[in-house]
Design a protein around this ligand. Sequence first.
Ligand SMILES: Nc1ncnc2c1ncn2[C@@H]1O[C@H](COP(=O)(O)OP(=O)(O)OP(=O)(O)O)[C@@H](O)[C@H]1O
Length: 279
Amino acid sequence: MSAIVKEMSIQVKPKAKESIAKATNIQKKDIVYDTKELNLWYGHTHALKNINLEIHEREITAIIGPSGCGKSTYIKTLNRMVELVPGVRTTGSISYKGNNILGKTMKVEELRTKVGMVFQKPNPFPKSIYENVAYGAKIHGIRNKKLLDQIVERSLRGAYIWDELKDRLNENAFGLSGGQQQRLCIARALAIQPDVILMDEPTSALDPKSTLKIEELVQELKKDYSIIMVTHNMQQAARISDRTAFFLNGEVVEFDNTNKIFSNPSDKRTEDYISGRFG
Ligand SMILES: Nc1ncnc2c1ncn2[C@@H]1O[C@H](COP(=O)(O)OP(=O)(O)OP(=O)(O)O)[C@@H](O)[C@H]1O
C-alpha cells in the first residue's frame, strides 16, 4: 500500500478494524437513484460508458476521478441538466424513486423541484440575500410575505447561516464572502425542499476555513437529504462521504463504501489514482 493510501487510511481510521467492519456492514438504506447501463454521448464523444450505480438515501456519495472522466456529466444527468447541451444522446435508465427520469413521460420541472444543485463557483443572483432564497418559492407562485419570510428563515437556518445573515437580508448577495455565498446558494437549494442535493465541486473555489464549514454543513444536511458530491479533493471524499464512486474514462471503475475505497481498494487503478500516481 502506498504512502498516500496509508495517509488517507490514517485519516479515515482512527479505528481501522472497526471502520472496515463498518464498511462491510453499512446500514441498508433505500435507493434514491438506480442507474442502469447508462451511456451518454456528446455528438461523437462517448462520455459515459455503461454506468451502473445505486445512490442511497440520506448518505453522501462522492464521485471522484481525473479531469474529463465524466463526473460532472453524470451528476448533470440526475436532474437532466445535461440535455441543455445540443446533440446529447443517452441510452440506459436512471430510476429516481422508481421512475425512469430519462423516459419521455418524466416531467423535468417536477424532477428539478426534488433535486437541488450547487455549483463549483458560488453563483448568487445579483439580488438581495432575501430575494436569492425566496426566488424558487416565488417562481412557484408563492406570494404570501409571511410564508416567504418563513421559507427564507428556514432555508438559511438549514444552511447554518441564519445567525450571520439575519440582519443583512436586504443587502446584495455579492457583498458576502465566497464561503458565505456558497452557503447562501445551498440555502437557495434547500428553499425548494428537495430530496436530493447535487454538488459539483462545491468547495473548489473556497479557502480551507470556508471549505471546512461547507463540509460540516454537508454532514448535517445528510440527515435530511441525499447528497451526491463531485470532488477533486480525495481527503474531502474520505472525510465526509459514505460511499465513493471512482470514475475513469467515462466508466465506473469501483463503487464501494468510502472506508473500503480509501483503505483497501479492489482495483489497482483506484489505488493508483488515490495514491496520486495519475490524475
Ligand atoms: N458540453 C460538452 N460538449 C462536448 N463534450 C463535452 C461537453 N461537456 C463535457 N464534454 C466531454 O465529456 C467528457 C466528460 O466531461 P466532464 O465535464 O463530465 O468531466 P469531469 O470528470 O467532470 O471533468 P473535470 O474534473 O475537469 O470537471 C470529456 O471528454 C469532455 O470533454
